[in-house]
Design a protein around this ligand. Sequence first.
Ligand SMILES: C[S@@+](CC[C@H](N)C(=O)[O-])C[C@H]1O[C@@H](n2cnc3c(N)ncnc32)[C@H](O)[C@@H]1O
Length: 410
Amino acid sequence: MKNDSAILEKLEQVKRFYSVPEIADELEVNATTIYRWLNRQAEPKPYVTDRLFNMLNKYLKNETEKKSFSFIDLFAGIGGMRRGFENAGGECVFTSEWNDYAQKTYLSNFPEIEKIHGDITKIDVNEIPDHDVLLAGFPCQPFSIAGVSKKKALGRAHGFLDETQGTLFFDVARIIETKKPKAFVLENVKNLKSHDKGKTFEIITGTLQQELGYTLDFKVIDGQHWVPQHRERIVIVGLREPRDFSLENLKLPNKNEIKLGSILHRTVATEPWLDHDEDKYFDFKNNKVQSKYTLTDHLWEYLQAYAAKHRSMGNGFGFGLVTEESVTRTLSARYYKDGSEILVDQGKRKNPRRLTPRECARLMGFPDDFIIPVSDTRAYQQFGNSVVVPMFSEVAKFLKPLIVHDEIKN
Ligand SMILES: C[S@@+](CC[C@H](N)C(=O)[O-])C[C@H]1O[C@@H](n2cnc3c(N)ncnc32)[C@H](O)[C@@H]1O
């Protein structure tokens, strides 16, 4: 008897999760018919393929929602990536961040954690618990590639990992090599790809794929899909098992739908404040942003003169004046200096103002119960260094079925 083996294979898979009567019910046939198919006594009709697929997907979706996975948070900053991965049901089992002020913010927001580990270069891999996913937004540093080419010429192993010694990527790679997580997610600035004429990226991908054996995909993603900020970051995902996956399948909401007005301070009635200390940002009595965020005449004149000078030289430098209808430029860790990349227009009679730290938190996709326990300067640095949280909720949602269902082939 001729059988459609692809359908039967799918049927066998579905049978691992559903009983024959359940399958029969879904396919609207008798249980006996299913047994006849399985025993190769009859041939299933092609229409059952879609229904089997639907059953499998339903099962995977339910199981995925139930299952948890563990992850570690390296170069943790204030825990933006952690938040995204916790939103998808992940459990953080280890954190490394060496900056005291970032640690302070992190601990205020995740009070349940016992310890934040410091300098990653000093961490003994044996201290790190086993985990499913490794997260790292490591600083981008150049590598020396000379040694790699020499080794290649001598016909020796490529030695990518050797070449990364002394950089923070090396520490990420040594942890992956020893702990062999099911997956990793690395985040970096968009120009990691062109950094040092492409050599940095070549060594990173070479180490991860060829030396550590992971299957990779990467994508430049704009935070503007979720928040009113143009912020492009490269996201690199690696899977330990060879799997067919593509970050092109990430679900990105439409860009340009969220405007700055949605994250600016408005009136007391619309501010869900949990902490009265927030009046350091917003004057509740007078319903306005505190005046300290408005630029002084001196700074505003300086910025305008600076922009005019660059315009006359044909350069595009200048400040980024925004309104409620805008999408901002990328918030940087230097925002505390003059705020020039994002200045909120306050009309002709008032100088523009900076965003407050609370508005920066929202611009990065942090919820309003996020505690900001540090000075404005530190807060601006921390948000400027962080990630757009919902971007990583989406990456985590995408990744989760791939790591919690190792047993199922796509
Ligand atoms: C770009 S930020 C990462 C932001 C973070 N992924 C998030 O989700 O908010 C990089 C962080 O790495 C930290 N860092 C740099 N060198 C480090 C080291 N040797 N050990 C531990 N942390 C380090 C910095 O203090 C900084 O907070």
